[in-house]
Design a protein around this ligand. Structure first.
Ligand SMILES: Nc1ncnc2c1ncn2[C@@H]1O[C@H](COP(=O)(O)OP(=O)(O)OP(=O)(O)O)[C@@H](O)[C@H]1O
Length: 575
């Protein structure tokens, strides 16, 4: 059978003839390709062919989903590991040339429709005999991520669409995450649109040690570049982002008079004003309040919130409750002990200090909240109160409350992106967390108010499924735990079988990027960071060695005592 000429109209690097269509596959979008061994097309590779759609030739992209040997040397030729199969074959006089053939299964993704700005399925499989090429590098750079291809930029002098002409390198607001894993390093760079994941939220999910915080670091670097100048807030429960300060003054991040600011806040300057708490927050930190106590607290708290002053404390609240329920009310008495223990004696809470939101967030500023010395509950409390204030301040900006002379609340006029390490701690699937409510609100409503969240976690099954399912872009790295794989399957829409199959085999730094920021899920190698990674494991043996040498160089306590007065022998210390 003569092969059908289906040369794609696009030119460019990486385009090589790989084989021919043998026939349809199992599913309605699947077909089988036969290819000789030396082409070595890997699973996950993007291949292309051309078909006429409504009178115009379209370059259709398909993904190789499986590869198996269709014909090779008989197994008896491989029996002795010391003799090459070719030697056995030639001794027996069997020709080995072109004996290997591979059978590839491929799934049609579609042709890029410049009108719809995404893939469109031609609903027609390539005919047997159609020739297939690996898709050109430039074409993949332009159409795999959801960047929107301008039809004019893609049209060549003859008026036909040539997607390899589109150059995304110089486009603004893109995050260069890395490159397509199946191609050579940097052959197909993957740039994801920051606007997209900053609006519809992001999840970075992987087992521990697979590169989550490294990848988050890469994305933050990209967001702080001169063509983005993001307003970032990082909730860092382990103190892993100390090295982001290297962005300050680094030429890579500077331009047009801009340099990113990187600010660190610790618990000392992250105090929470008591009046910022709502009654639900307080209930969540009190020890087992009875129904009657909850009722008293609710009445007292509401009265305090109606007051003009925002600087009241536990004593004022107790006075208020005694006024309402009587001096000798036993429930107020029981509440007093609990309120003093959980709020008044916790340094986190204060009556007056309140970090102004303008000090905390600004365009071109990455603020890291270092919370590693705080308890989990205090970390959640800080997140709750800050997120609520920030959300209200964004709401006020979007609703033009700033133009109302009587409005005296806080207002933030630029979009925000808040990133959570240990996301399951702040939005847990089970158990109480005061921060869960506001995180659900922001993930479901934040898009309209320019407030994006990024959730990083090594336990997807432990994240609230509502929050996880609202994260429109997913970066998924190595995950072996079946429960976590199931959580991804259930809540991540874009995670098809192909994505899930990849997860156990990934190595650190390899990731599947899927969802709103992509037109189709893609396997990438995450690029190296410009700043150092701040969360490497501690190299125990070299540090033991160093510490031991230092210890030997220092005089022992007994020797030191000896040198001090000349009277001690050291032995005296032991007596
Ligand atoms: N893209 C990459 N390029 C080079 N090295 C990487 C890359 N991604 C990860 N690594 C290396 O892999 C190791 C683990 O990365 P990382 O600390 O980000 O993992 P993690 O998933 O955040 O782990 P944990 O859950 O323990 O915080 C680090 O030593 C890091 O240097």
């Amino acid at each position: 059978m003569s092969s059908i000429d289906s040369t794609p109209s696009t030119g460019g690097g990486g385009k090589e003839l790989i084989g021919t269509v043998a026939g349809p596959g199992e599913g309605p979008n699947e077909f089988i390709v036969v290819t000789p061994d030396e082409q070595a097309v890997k699973t996950g590779e993007f291949i292309t062919y051309s078909v006429p759609v409504e009178g115009t030739d379209r370059d259709v992209i398909a993904r190789v989903t499986n590869r198996e040997q269709a014909r090779g040397l008989p197994e008896t030729f491989m029996a002795d590991p010391n003799v090459a199969p070719e030697t056995v074959a030639s001794t027996l006089g069997v020709p080995t040339d072109e004996i290997d053939l591979y059978r590839l299964e491929a799934t049609v993704i579609g042709f890029y429709d410049t009108g719809m700005q995404t893939f469109s399925n031609p609903r027609q499989l390539p005919s047997p005999g159609t020739r297939l090429w690996t898709a050109p590098n430039e074409m993949l750079e332009a159409i795999l991520p959801n960047l929107g291809v301008d039809e004019e930029a893609a049209t060549d002098t003859s008026g036909s669409i040539d997607l390899s002409r589109v150059d995304v390198e110089d486009r603004e607001g893109l995050a260069h995450m890395g490159w397509l894993l199946n191609r050579e390093a940097n052959a197909v760079d993957i740039h994801v649109p920051i606007d997209e994941f900053a609006a519809t939220h992001l999840a970075i999910l992987a087992s521990t040690g697979s590169g989550k915080s490294y990848t988050a670091g890469v994305l933050m670097e990209e967001m702080m570049m001169p063509d983005s100048r993001a307003s970032l807030l990082v909730f860092d429960p382990h103190g892993e982002y100390g090295t982001l300060s290297e962005m300050r003054g680094d030429e890579t991040f500077s331009g047009e008079g801009y340099q990113p600011e990187v600010e660190y806040f610790d618990p000392e300057n992250l105090r929470i004003r008591i009046s910022e708490l709502n009654v639900g927050d307080v209930m969540s930190i009190l020890d087992n309040p009875s129904d009657r106590m909850q009722e008293r607290l609710d009445g007292g708290w509401r009265a305090m919130q109606r007051r003009e002053s925002r600087t009241w404390g536990v004593n004022d609240l107790l006075d208020e409750m005694r006024q309402q329920y009587g001096e000798d009310d036993s429930s107020v008495g029981a509440l007093e002990w609990r309120l003093r223990r959980s709020i008044q004696r916790n340094d986190l809470f204060t009556t007056d200090a309140n970090v102004p939101l303008d000090d905390l967030v600004a365009p071109g500023r990455c603020t890291v909240l270092q919370m590693d010395t705080l308890s989990r509950r205090d970390q959640q409390m800080i997140a709750t109160v800050l997120l609520r204030r920030l959300y209200q301040a964004r709401l006020a900006a979007v609703r033009n409350r700033g133009e109302d002379n009587e409005f005296d609340g806080e207002i933030i006029r630029h979009p925000l992106f808040a990133l959570f390490e240990e996301g399951h701690r702040f939005a847990p699937a089970t158990g109480e967390a005061p921060s869960l409510g506001i995180m659900r609100t922001i993930t479901s409503e934040g898009r309209k108010f320019g407030f994006g969240l990024g959730i990083i976690s090594q336990r997807p099954s432990k994240i609230d499924q509502d929050v996880l399912s609202q994260c429109g872009t997913q970066v998924t790295m190595q995950i072996q735990n079946p429960t976590d794989q199931d959580a991804i399957k259930n809540s991540v829409e874009a995670a098809g079988e192909e994505v899930l199959r990849e997860l156990p085999g990934l190595t650190p730094g390899q990731a599947v990027v899927s969802g709103d920021s992509m037109n189709t899920p893609v396997l990438i190698q995450v690029r190296e960071r410009h700043t150092r990674h701040g969360a490497d494991s501690i190299p125990a043996t070299s540090q033991w060695q160093q510490a031991h040498k230092e210890r030997r160089q220092q005089p022992s306590r007994a020797e030191a005592a000896d040198m001090g007065g000349g009277e001690s022998t050291g032995e005296e210390d032991l007596l």
